[in-house]
Design a protein around this ligand. Structure first.
Ligand code: ADP
Length: 731
């Protein structure tokens, strides 16, 4: 910085000297011009004064000459001596003035010559006139005239001189005028010069002030810079973040901060006593490396940082990073920094272990570990070794998640997933189907967490994937099994029913046959026993009636097992049946919608029986819609409160529907339109509903399909809501 300072002052000195030189020249020049002006002015004044005096003298001379002439002429004309009274005086003053004149014009050769000539002429003429006066005894006109003529000559000489002097005066005035002009110019020039100088001086003063201010600021900055640098170094040393040592290149450690002493386990006393030496601090296997460093220091003055170990006072070792530099070429001392690497080594080891743990975790918990960047492109993928059909390593790096081929893409699910990604939110169990090498489907469940760097900037996602193919398959199987179970359940119920019916019907029929055979036997007897025949026929009629009762009175059959009375949540019971039939419904491409009245009171009855009713209605609707080729397949199930105070369950479909004539016959036992049908389902359903005190009926749906409805009464105290109402998942 001092270099810049002297440079700037040198830059400044040159124009300053120049300005001073110009200033001096201008002052000297204007002084000289002023002096010249003053001298000229003085000379002009003198000349003017002299000319004025000359003219005055000449004027006086002329007057005196006129007096002399008047006296002489008076005397000559009158010879009166009183005229000559002042004679001597006038003559004398003429002479004196002539002499004075000569002295006055001494500087002007022409006038001087003229003055000389005038003086001579005056003397000569005065003498001549004296002579004339002396010789004039009588008044003499001619003499006077002659005298006057001679005085005329003097006068003409005086006039010549006056003219000359007047010319001179005019000249002098012109000169004075020119001088005045010059003076004005001189003053104007001086004013301009002064103004310019003032401006220059002001500018220079400002420049100087700025320079000074800058210099001061620079000095202050320099000073504080030095101070802060000094402080920084001191803080670095005192902060004990790194070990700092001052050493002799040969190995003795002269100075060390606390951190270094802590590192090597020595104390300040050891340091002062000179017990700290490179060779004692360095384990034998590091000595060669140290030799190399010493050579490096001697050669280039610095040692590149390198890792080594120090021996502590207690003999243990400490890993360090060390670097250093010599103070200068002329000294054998230098400064070194020493960084304790124990923590770092431990951290590296911890990191390695954590990595290993993580790897183990991934290996056993997940099938895939992945990372994406802020643009959701895969940057890293790791597949569990157990994953037999993992994609080729690196084949998906750089691709965005949605650019990787997936099977059965669910647009809606993807849209939601993209929204989550855009919002940088964590996600869990996002399920995907991927093609396996053999062409089969592999289901993967992906979870991820957004990653932000220390500044809070989003850098991508990190997450895991789990293959859930088996789980999915198991779920599918379970669902299929449940559907199967539903079927079996129904078939079993039907089977049981038909077995009972067969039993009930068979018995009266068998009795009828027996009685008929008995009647025939009584008729064949000789003589025929008509009373017995009548009795047998009566029994046949009874048996016939009994069979009729069995067939028409299914209700009696069902009533054999009185329904259990439990209070249950009807909506929940409906939803269970919906869940049970879900795969059946989906497989038939049916859209199922439920609308279940919230807060329905609990229903008292046999939950299983009523679920059988609902299941039967659902399966009937599914079977009915399975046969239609056109139109959407829709199934609505709703529950509501009935006007009469009970609850109403409605199962409505968009299948082929029922003829108006059939709405009642479908409930008749053995009425079926299906090749494998039993025609018992609806009959039993109605019996069950009626056993609960409800009603069941069918009607046509608009624009197509069938509606099956049933009511269940509520007990007087059934206004208490059921245990809980689950939210409606299918809605
Ligand atoms: P099955 O189902 O064994 O035939 P059901 O008593 O359950 O016995 O049904 C009797 C008949 O009623 C069925 O064969 C069918 O013709 C008719 N049916 C039942 N439900 C529907 C429905 N949802 N749509 C149209 N017809 C139906």
């Amino acid at each position: 910085m001092s270099v810049t300072l002297s440079q700037s002052s040198r830059w400044f000195a040159r124009p300053l000297a120049l300005v001073i030189a110009v200033l001096l020249t201008v002052v000297a020049g204007s002084g000289f011009l002023g002096l010249r002006y003053w001298q000229e002015r003085q000379a002009a004044n003198l000349a003017h004064e002299r000319s004025r005096q000359v003219l005055e003298t000449l004027d006086r001379l002329k007057t005196i000459i006129a007096d002399v002439e008047a006296q002489r002429r008076g005397y000559l004309l009158t010879l009166d001596p009183s005229y000559l009274k002042a004679y001597g005086v006038s003559d004398e003053s003429v002479r004196r003035d002539a002499q004075a004149l000569q002295a006055l014009v001494a500087g002007d050769p022409l006038q001087n010559h003229r003055a000389g000539h005038l003086a001579l002429t005056v003397a000569a003429k005065l003498r001549e006139i004296d002579d004339i006066v002396k010789t004039a005894q009588t008044s003499s006109g001619p003499a006077a005239l002659a005298m006057i003529r001679s005085l005329d000559e003097i006068r003409s000489q005086i006039d010549q001189m006056v003219d000359h002097e007047r010319f001179l005066l005019v000249d002098q005035e012109r000169g004075a005028e020119a001088l005045e002009h010059r003076k004005a110019w001189l003053i104007a020039t001086a004013v301009i010069i002064v103004a310019v100088l003032a401006v220059v001086a002001f500018a220079l003063a400002r420049l100087e002030a700025i320079r000074r201010r800058k210099a001061i600021a620079e000095n202050v900055a320099l000073h504080s810079d030095l101070l802060t640098r000094d402080k920084k170094i001191r803080r670095l040393v005192d902060a004990n973040i790194v070990g700092i040592i001052i050493w002799e290149v040969e190995g003795r450690i002269l100075e060390a901060n606390d951190e270094f002493l802590r590192m090597v386990g020595y104390d300040r006393e050891d340091l002062i006593a000179g017990r700290l030496h490179r060779t004692t601090l360095t384990p034998p296997e590091w000595r060669d490396r140290d030799e190399h460093t010493v050579a490096e220091l001697k050669r280039i003055g610095t040692a590149q940082p390198f890792e080594k170990e120090y021996l502590r006072k207690d003999g243990s070792r400490v890993p360090v990073l060390i670097g250093g530099t010599m103070f200068g070429e002329s000294t054998s001392q230098g400064v070194g920094f020493v960084l304790d690497l124990t923590e770092r080594k431990r951290a590296v080891e911890a990191l390695r272990q954590s990595e290993e743990r993580f790897r183990t975790l991934v290996q056993f918990s997940f099938d895939v570990y992945w990372e994406t960047d802020a643009q959701h492109r895969f940057t890293h993928q790791e597949f569990a070794a157990s994953l037999v059909d993992a994609p080729a390593l690196g084949s998906e790096i750089g691709k965005r998640r949605w650019e990787v081929p997936y099977l059965e893409p669910d647009e809606e699910a993807w849209r939601k997933h993209r929204e989550t990604l855009d919002a940088k939110l964590p996600f869990r169990d996002f399920e995907l189907a991927r093609p396996a090498p053999d062409g089969s489907k592999r289901y993967v469940s992906v979870s991820g967490l957004p990653v932000f760097d220390e500044t809070g900037r989003f850098t991508g996602y990190r997450g895991v994937g789990r293959h859930i193919t088996e789980r999915r398959q198991a779920e599918e199987a379970l669902r299929a099994m449940q559907a199967e179970l539903a079927h079996v359940n129904r078939v079993t119920t039907m089977g049981e029913m038909s077995a009972s019916i067969a039993h009930e019907v068979n018995q009266p029929i068998a009795a009828t046959v027996t009685n008929a055979q008995a009647a025939l036997r009584w008729l064949r007897a000789q003589p025929p026993d008509l009373d017995e025949v009548r009795a047998s026929l009566n029994r046949i009629v009874e048996d016939g009636k009994r069979a009729g009762n069995v067939i028409s009175g299914i209700r009696t059959l069902v009533n054999k097992l009185p329904p259990r009375k439990d209070r249950f949540d009807l909506n929940e019971a409906v939803l269970e049946m919906v869940a049970l039939t879900r795969s059946e419904v989906l497989n038939h491409g049916i859209l199922l919608q439920t609308e279940l009245a919230p807060g329905l009171p609990g229903v008292d009855g046999d939950r299983t029986q009523l679920q059988q009713v609902i299941l039967n209605l659902i399966l009937n609707a599914v079977e009915a819609m399975g046969s239609i080729a056109e139109g959407t397949r829709e199934l609505w199930i709703n529950t509501e409160r009935e006007a009469a105070g009970g609850v109403l369950v409605t199962v409505r479909d968009s299948g082929p529907g029922l003829d108006a004539a059939d709405t009642e016959s479908v409930f008749t036992a053995f009425y079926t339109t299906k090749p494998e049908g039993m025609g018992m389902g609806l009959a039993i359903c109605r019996s069950m509903v009626e056993a609960h005190g409800g009603r069941m009926w069918a009607s046509a749906n608009e624009p197509r399909g069938a509606v099956f409805q049933f009511t269940l009464p509520l007990e007087r105290d059934a206004s208490i809501p059921a245990r809980h109402v689950r939210p409606n998942p299918a809605a």
